[in-house]
Design a protein around this ligand. Structure first.
Ligand code: KIV
Length: 272
């Protein structure tokens, strides 16, 4: 029996739903290796995401687009060894979900080879059929709306999404369709706070924000951004916790505490 299956405190999709119902904020971070995974788990992170952001913060690439399935599998395996309590989400990299059969095979690899508890997919209502298929196969899905870094060339850059009525209405509809298709979690990236509030309010599944204000059910940031060590520019919605901390552990704990108490994100880290 694995360490994970012995742990009765393990965060599950039911825990996340209960947290939403009880208005307890969900604190999430990315991780890419076992040492940080263990540190985040001990600090009380509810969700750890092996994000394809590893292309930028680990590999020094300009975007997440070149990240491969094999690279994700490697990082997923090492991260999962560090987790006892936190729920593990794995990002489906660019083109790994280009067809339903490819997506099923790749999501299955994350579950079987990494011990993932959920997979994350970028895309709106166009992913309905795929979310239904993964749900039918018992693979929990986190849908990713708003800024979708894998579609950066189609979006014309890394920009806040949903600022006008048409794109805001589309996002509200995408969220509805994906929830009905069986998504268990929704992630909103770079979305004005009022729109993020509306999406969170209409959704019965938990909504996690990154650059989406503090009225979502939880928050996620890229670990290296909160430690101030990411290669390149740290996004305006993120916050470096190291200047006030005496250790990495303390910086992570402070982030989790600020998410739980709704102190983060404040106005300076929110888009209107
Ligand atoms: O790849 C990633 O780390 C992500 C987060 C930015 C949410 O998708």
């Amino acid at each position: 029996m694995s360490v994970q299956s012995e742990n009765f405190n393990k965060v599950t999709i039911n825990t996340l739903r209960e947290m939403k119902a009880n208005e307890e904020k969900i604190a999430c971070l990315t991780a890419y290796d076992v040492s940080f995974a263990q540190l985040l788990d001990n600090a009380g992170a509810d969700i750890v995401l092996v994000g394809d952001s590893l292309g930028m913060v680990i590999q020094g690439l300009d975007s997440t687009i070149p990240v491969t399935m094999d690279e994700m599998i490697y990082h997923g395996q090492v991260v999962s060894r560090g987790l006892k309590r936190a729920l593990l989400i794995m990002d489906m990299p660019f083109m790994s979900d280009a067809s339903t059969s490819q997506a099923v095979e790749n999501a299955g690899r994350f579950m079987k080879e990494c011990g993932a508890n959920m997979v994350k997919l970028e895309g709106g209502a166009d992913q309905q059929e795929l979310v239904e298929t993964l749900t039918r196969l018992g693979i929990p899905v986190c849908a990713h709306l708003g800024l979708q870094p894998q579609r950066v060339h189609k979006l014309g850059g890394y920009k806040v999404q949903g600022r006008d009525k048409a794109t805001a209405d589309k996002m509200l509809n995408d969220a509805r369709v994906l929830e009905q298709a069986g998504a268990d979690l929704l992630l909103l990236e770079c979305v004005p706070d009022e729109l993020a509030r509306r999406v969170s309010e209409q959704s019965t599944i938990p909504v996690i924000g990154i650059g989406a204000g503090n009225q979502t059910d939880g928050q996620i940031l890229v670990l290296y951004d909160i430690l101030g060590i990411s290669a390149g520019r740290i996004p305006r919605f993120s916050k470096n916790y190291m200047p006030q901390a005496s250790s990495i552990q303390q910086a992570v704990e402070q982030y989790i505490e600020e998410v739980k108490s709704s102190k983060f994100p404040d106005k300076d880290h929110t888009f209107n």
